[in-house]
Design a protein around this ligand. Sequence first.
Ligand code: GLY
Ligand code: MN
Ligand code: MN
Length: 481
Amino acid sequence: MISKIKIFLILLIINNNFLLNSQQYNDDLGPDFHKKKRSEFREKMPDNSIAIFFTSPVMKRSNDTNFMYHQNTNFYYLTGWREPHGVLIIYSNQQADEKGKYYEQLFIRERNEYREMWDGIRLGIEGARKMGFDRVQLRSEFIETELDFSNFDYVLHNELRDDVRDNTNDVYDLFDLQIKFEKLLSDSSNNKNDNELIDNKKLSINTKTLNDLMKSLRQTKDKEEIELLKKAVKISAFAQVEVMKAIHNEMTEREVQGIHEYIYRKYGAAHQGYNSIVGSGGNSCVLHYVTNDNNNIKDQLILMDVGAEYRGYTADVTRTIPVNGKFSNEQKEIYNLVYQAQEEGIRMSKIGNSFTDINKASYKIISEGLISLGIINNSRDTSKYFPHGVSHHIGLDVHDPGDRILSENMVITVEPGIYIPTGSDCDPKWWNIGVRIEDDILITINGPINLSSDAPRKIEVIEELMKQKSPLGEFKLPIIN
Ligand code: GLY
Ligand code: MN
Ligand code: MN
């Protein structure tokens, strides 16, 4: 008779073999996209240069558990590779050795049957080849490789992170790769300026050039990236709609956060693109409030700045609504001011305009409005209540790299806000009102397209929608004392 232990072992082996055999990630962009981006990057590199990219470190969350791994976004953009402990090298000029000619090398971590049983698939050398890399080596070979930087005029590299996990376990030794690299850098550079590209024939080592080149690639989105962004934004907008229907006075900030994040996953998004900001009452005035632990949201405004990450691309959408379904007069005044400022900001989101044009247009409306409501006397005080810029790029990062001057196929946010915390120097009737409205805008030759328009912004439409019911608002669980 087969014992339970034997059955367990057989299942383990079957399961493990399945893992070892499945050799692809679920990547909507595909190897050709990443390959094209590597060649576009190479074309932009200075002559006789080498660029070195490291994967993100694995970060410890608690004892022997880690934070969810998130690949360095430049690394992901150029490779599609999602595993830690890797190095990508791109050369501007063709290299050659006894094995042949090459422009790029990918160093990855080795397969490990035991670790894959715990942590899941590692694609290994074979998997990396399928993803379009000819020169794939193990990370241990990077440690051993003799890289002579003096052969190059420029060494471009990404920031080295010092928040890596310790290297006591073989799974976590990105640290070794970085130590080796840092040593190479210091041997080669002695006293060279790390952050300036020096246009002479001396070796220049810096992170700025790499970041500038990556920015120039990532700031305008290709068709397939726009499709992913549209999906991330639509998911986020529909989550806002569902929350508008479900929310009621007995909910908590955490529960509202949970509805947004549940709906992301229901649509197949793996994560939120940044920590969800769900602040009611005075918490709505804390710009990046992520504690979300107020249990009494009754009759408050609630600011929800949340975005789904879909296949790596993240939305960034904010709606501010009254928990009880009806804006008070004061809330309406502030909300409509932000709304008008946003409308003007969106109108200005045109090719050739800059973030400064959008900022100025929104700022002017809020400034004049705050004066006419008697909240400030002088436009110089506007920034007390509107302390941030209006736009940034979105993409693989919620704050994606990009220029301030707009061009076709950029995707940016327009997000003015007014925040009046308790104790502000104005009539207390305005206190604890914080309003931000944030939409994700695709820049096109035919003008701005609001990708998050499925989530209503007009007061009347929001109030009407909030009268509807959602099963998520009715959902009841047993009480735990
Ligand atoms: N969610 C952060 C921001 O709006 O920039
Ligand atoms: Mn934003
Ligand atoms: Mn936001």
